[in-house]
Design a protein around this ligand. Structure first.
Ligand code: ATP
Ligand code: MN
Ligand code: MN
Length: 306
């Protein structure tokens, strides 16, 4: 794939009114991807990415010295961020209000990159309805050493079982080891019922295919299996944003694919940032995502109940 062009990144930052410091600093040492290159990446994918990330509460993985160095998750706005990184107050589970980041546009993506954000993680709801999830995610986490063909097969099973319940899904290769099977929802029911459905579904799966799946987060239960991580589906928990860069070896991105394409994908981290930038100019693998008018019904809930 063609390399990312730092000059394009510098121009995009200027156009967005973001002062980009140290544009030539290398963020991904293995690939020589600089901060300006990363801005160019976000400029290339913004149109595809923004519908998924704009106006959702965020959790940011920041790596001030680049990928292989010290990184930390930041949930709350401590100030000193460019204006394009907005924030809002959200009531936490303990009743206190805390400030959460959100963005609205490319300037937000560039503003975050200026602040050394390497991964953009999302709540499952929008800022105007934080209590009503707009999607559920089954995050397939393979045990150490389990090949990607098992992840693929697991994703297909989850897709089929959700489809049988009446939910259409879209696959995301995480840029790490697994696949996220995502069902967009109309924001209707709230988090507790949503989580209960997801837990029930994951437990059903583990019962149906005991050699293959576990719904138990403990690593000892994971030997040779895939953990169906349903815990992404709680109020305040986050998952990687579609099209986000990952702070991992090889400068990968989290990339939407079609179900058909998934069948020939060899690894969850096979798309580099340069690949993903090119891919964003091609037809949308998740066409129809926002037209999917579905929600978790009483019937679906009953089908996975204990
Ligand atoms: P992989 O395919 O390699 O599993 P992933 O993105 O699914 O990649 P997981 O470790 O399965 O990675 O997912 C954990 C999720 O939990 C992350 O996407 C992130 O949103 C969230 N997370 C993990 N650690 C933290 C943390 N320290 N603070 C906030 N959120 C976190
Ligand atoms: Mn995962
Ligand atoms: Mn996980």
């Amino acid at each position: 794939a063609a390399a990312l062009d730092g000059k394009v990144g510098i121009a995009a930052a200027e156009a967005a009114g973001i002062k980009l410091t140290s544009p030539d600093r290398v963020v991904y040492p293995g690939q020589g991807v600089t901060k300006a290159d990363l801005v160019a990446y976000y400029a290339a994918v913004a149109e595809r990415m923004l519908p998924y990330i704009a106006k959702r509460p965020l959790s940011l993985l920041r790596c001030p010295q680049g990928r292989a160095k010290y990184c930390f998750f930041q949930k709350h706005d401590t100030g000193a961020f460019p204006d394009a990184m907005k924030s809002m107050l959200i009531e936490e589970n303990d009743g206190d209000k805390e400030s959460y980041f959100y963005i609205e546009d490319l300037a937000g993506l560039i503003g975050g990159t200026q602040m050394n954000v390497l991964e953009w993680h999302l709540w499952g709801s929008r800022i105007d309805a934080v209590d009503k999830p707009e999607r559920i995610i089954f995050d397939i986490d393979p045990d150490e050493g389990l090949g990607f063909e098992h992840v693929r097969e697991a994703a297909n099973i989850i897709r089929g079982d959700l489809e049988a319940l009446g939910l259409e899904t879209y696959p995301l290769v995480s840029g790490g080891k697994g696949v996220h099977v995502i069902a967009p929802l109309r924001p209707k029911i709230e988090w507790p019922e949503t989580k209960q459905f997801c837990r029930g579904f994951a437990q059903r799966l583990a019962e149906k295919y005991p050699d293959r799946f576990t719904a138990n987060i403990r690593k000892v239960n994971r030997k040779g299996k895939l953990f169906v991580d349903y815990l992404r589906n709680e109020r305040g928990s986050t998952a990687i944003a579609p099209w986000s860069s990952r702070s991992r070896q090889g400068a990968p991105a989290a990339v939407p694919v079609t179900w058909e394409e998934l069948q020939s994908i060899q690894a969850a981290n096979q798309f580099t940032l340069a690949d993903a930038a090119q891919r964003a100019q091609q037809p949308d693998p998740w066409k129809g995502y926002f037209d999917t008018k579905q929600s978790i019904t009483k019937t679906m809930q009953a089908a996975v109940d204990d």
